[in-house]
Design a protein around this ligand. Structure first.
Ligand code: NAD
Length: 292
């Protein structure tokens, strides 16, 4: 049993913290939003007055915050006050540069750290089946693995500092591009008089096969669990897809990588978000492509 501080108890953080409590850990939580703290308390998290109070006696500190600026500002506050030798795990999705800066802050204070963003959404967070993509030293990863286990279906050590964030944004760039590709194919099929089911039956067992088609089909019917069957209620909101695509483009510019389809996907999701799609599932971009 380990004492774990959990900072950022939102849609993802709350169910993740609940799984740590279920695994027998003592979880000390903090969030800026009182309503999220109330949910965490119901899950058995001990609520602390602020982030510093939460980390003071913790062996492990997990952050699940919106963006790089939040992670860096929280790290600057808590790293000097953390227990000597504590392990810092940041599971937020943030830019690679901020992730590396966060590692540097931790190192400056003698703390072990990994970046460990997740995929699997709120469903995976509740079920304890998230995929963790970890970046950091072998030592830090070895310490982190048993802590991540109650929240995880899969844990992959991707490389050194920032490698987890790099894997996350590359994966989500594939996802954004492939969802647009699948949605465009359904829109073209509609115009050609081809049924959704016929396209699905062919493409799902042909060279067009991909996760956006077979697990997350953007039209209702072929995959009953996909958000298209519940009016595109997320799931994975289009606003978060846009965030990840922007991160991929920032990273591409910084690294000098040419990603024209990633850039186009970012622009299309920006338009979809601006036209009211932000809160809907990212597969709802099919309606934007239909001109609706
Ligand atoms: P969220 O907005 O629901 O939760 C973020 C929480 O952080 C909020 O409760 C907010 O009050 C809190 N917070 C912000 N600044 C804080 C501070 N200084 N101190 C303490 N708490 C603070 O967001 P989420 O959906 O839980 O996502 C969290 C991270 O996980 C994001 O980086 C997101 O991109 C990533 N992510 C989300 C999903 C998803 O499906 N929701 C999937 C994978 C990854």
């Amino acid at each position: 049993m380990t004492t774990i501080a959990f900072i950022g108890l939102g849609n993802m953080g709350n169910p993740m913290a609940a799984n740590l409590v279920k695994a027998g850990h003592t979880v000390l939580g903090f969030d800026l939003m009182p309503e999220n703290l109330a949910v965490a308390r119901d899950h058995g998290v001990t609520i602390m007055a602020n982030a510093v109070a939460a980390v003071k006696d913790a062996d492990v500190v997990i952050t699940m915050l919106p963006a790089g600026k939040h992670v860096l500002s929280v790290y600057e506050d808590i790293a000097p006050k953390a227990k000597q030798g504590a392990l810092f795990i940041d599971s937020s999705t943030i830019d690679v540069e901020s992730a590396r800066k966060a590692h540097a802050v931790a190192k400056k204070h003698g703390l072990a750290s990994i970046d460990a963003p997740v995929s699997g959404g709120t469903g995976g967070a509740s079920a304890g089946t998230l995929t963790f993509m970890a970046g950091g030293s072998d030592d830090a990863f070895t310490k982190a693995e048993p802590i991540l286990k109650p929240m995880a279906g899969r844990i992959v050590h991707c490389g050194g500092d920032g490698a987890g964030q790099a894997a996350k944004i590359c994966n989500n760039m594939i996802l954004g591009i492939s969802m647009i590709g699948v949605a465009e194919a359904f829109v073209l099929a509609e115009k050609l008089g081809l049924s959704h089911q016929a396209l699905f039956d062919v493409a799902s067992t042909s060279s067009g096969q991909c996760w956006s088609l077979t697990s997350y089909c953007p039209v209702p019917g072929p995959v009953p669990a996909s958000p298209a069957n519940r009016d595109y209620k997320p799931g994975f909101a289009a606003a978060l897809m846009l965030k990840d695509l922007k991160l991929s483009q920032e990273a591409a510019q910084g690294a000098g990588a040419v990603t024209p389809l990633g850039a186009e996907a970012a622009q299309l999701y920006a338009l979809f978000n601006a036209q009211g799609g932000a809160a809907s599932d990212f597969s709802g971009i099919i309606n934007f492509l239909r001109g609706k």
